[in-house]
Design a protein around this ligand. Structure first.
Ligand SMILES: [Zn+2]
Length: 509
């Protein structure tokens, strides 16, 4: 690449030499000596600072606009740890000679996993006020990195089989979050993704592997990415971690530097697990939709049993493992059942009296649309009895129309403020209304404490919740917040419908 000398260049592989030319030009010679697909070819030129990092002996470079250079490590700095984590998880070391990341303005897409030279859109560029709240691009950094195996080392055989690139890259976001920030964070991230798919009815009819699309762009959708990630999570839970990751390793080794498709993934997973997976792939990869479930239960006092009936309301019934929590005397008991591909299935469980509550898909693993109506008391019980994030979050979300009307809803909000996961606290803070005297009495002092939570996003949500009281005793908290580093904390006053500069007269007048 011959460029004006003030510019740096980036391409696939390694920079072998760099020679000054006449007229202020320079020629850089990049060499990529391993096989990869044509669409992964990349050339980048521009005025960037190059911030150097390292994984084992492999260079890890961040090409960053000079204004953002001081924050390069805050933005990109987890990359070496991610490379190590994915290398270990897959039992397959990062296969390329270097890894570089660069960002571009006016980019047509979010990011692109060019082999050894990932390009990010400019939204990756964040400053400390944003980064202290959350590095909103970290999931994408993990996603594009994971493509270096699933996409670049083994490339989808055609756009029809894009799932073997994108569903994996999507699921890598789960894996990274689970490892780095805990399972609740991973579950939260995936819940948002899968809900986006579920709430987009047009996607219900699309097979994951799709041979009849109009434009290849159509395959880059919520089915291939978000639903596909959810499907891999089901597969992992069905097979267990050992078999699942051994299967991925076998798929990579068998198909390295070549193409892959969903059937090759199936064969690898079958080979290591000894299980037939046609039933799974036929319904989730070569079929469309998902279970849409209704359920009901009846108590049989003589047998001391409840009969739980699961109804699949979609046209084509699925078969799947399902976790059901039955609450007897306020305590949950987990049952793992197999639901056959039938419109209605009934399961009997022993109980001492009629169950207080039945929570289906209690582990949140099944990609399904579930109709649910629980009382605030049941939601409170589910919140208290669930280890899994999604069941707690669903319980909290389930009371949103009952806040201020039912004491159980207030108790649930109080419990949620003490949840180990910060997003649950934020959700509770958003649902409450502290201008209501009863809610304030029950929750106010806990909310005050959360204005010092280690997470600035929680602080911000707590300040917004307190702002609704319009109580002047909180002015010092607000005044301190105006000078906070966190953009979320600074912005939290706007939630009380005023600009913070004039909050005294508008909100507290
Ligand atoms: Zn991708």
């Amino acid at each position: 690449m011959t460029v004006p000398d003030k510019y740096v260049t980036l391409s696939n592989g390694l920079l072998k030499d760099s020679q000054k030319e006449a007229n202020g030009l320079r020629t850089d010679h990049w060499v990529m000596d391993k096989r990869h697909s044509t669409y992964l070819f990349f050339m980048g030129v521009g005025e960037y600072a190059i911030v150097k990092d390292k994984w084992r002996n492999i260079p890890v470079d961040y090409y960053i606009e000079k204004e953002y250079e001081p924050y390069a490590k805050q933005i990109y700095g987890n990359t070496p740890e991610m490379i190590e984590f994915f290398s270990k998880k897959l039992g397959y070391d990062y296969p390329w000679a270097k890894y570089a990341q660069i960002s571009g303005r006016d980019y047509v897409s979010g990011a692109m996993e060019n082999t050894t030279a990932t390009l990010h859109g400019s939204d990756i560029l964040q400053k400390p006020g944003q980064l202290i709240d959350e590095n909103t691009w970290e999931d994408t950094i993990a996603h594009e990195l994971f493509h270096q195996w699933f996409g670049d080392l083994v490339t989808a055989e055609s756009w029809s089989n894009l799932t073997v690139n994108e569903s994996f890259a999507n699921y890598s976001e789960y894996l990274w979050n689970e490892y780095k920030y805990g399972k609740d964070q991973a579950d939260y991230h995936q819940m948002k993704d899968v809900n986006n798919y579920i709430h987009n009815p047009a996607d219900f009819k699309k097979d994951l592997v799709r041979f009849d699309y109009d434009s290849r762009e159509d395959v880059f959708d919520l089915v291939t990415y978000q639903k596909g990630g959810g499907i891999l999570h089901m597969l992992r839970n069905y097979l267990g971690d050992d078999a699942f990751f051994a299967g991925l390793n076998d798929y990579l080794k068998t198909n390295e530097y070549q193409n892959g498709e969903a059937h090759q993934l199936r064969l690898s997973l079958e080979k290591v697990s000894g299980r037939d997976l046609n039933w799974f792939f036929n319904q989730w990869y070569f079929g469309s939709g998902n279970p849409k479930l209704k359920y009901s239960y009846t108590f049989e006092p003589v047998k001391k049993q409840i009969a739980v009936t699961i109804e699949q309301t979609q046209e084509q019934p699925f078969q799947f493992p399902l976790a059901i929590d039955v609450y007897d005397n306020g305590k949950p008991k987990r049952y793992n059942v197999w639901v056959n591909a039938e419109a209605k299935s009934t399961f009997n469980f022993d109980v001492s009296k009629n169950a207080d509550l039945v929570n289906i898909n209690a582990d949140g693993i099944l990609v399904a649309d579930i109709s649910d109506t629980k009382t605030p008391e049941q939601n409170l019980m589910q919140f208290a009895g669930s280890k899994e994030f999604k069941s707690r979050y669903n319980a909290l979300n389930g009371i949103k129309d009952q806040v201020g009307k039912n004491p159980a809803a207030t108790k649930l909000l109080a419990a949620a403020l003490k949840d180990p996961y910060f997003r649950t606290k934020i959700k509770a803070l958003q649902l409450m209304d502290l201008s209501n005297a009863e809610q304030f009495k029950a929750l106010g002092s806990d909310v005050e404490k959360l204005t010092n939570d280690p997470k600035t996003l929680v602080q911000a949500a707590a300040i917004s919740a307190l702002a609704k009281t319009k109580d002047k005793k909180y002015l010092p908290i607000f005044e301190k917040g105006v000078n906070a580093v966190s953009n979320a904390v600074k912005g939290s006053f706007r939630k009380c419908n005023c600009r913070y500069r004039s909050f005294e007269s508008k909100c507290f007048g």
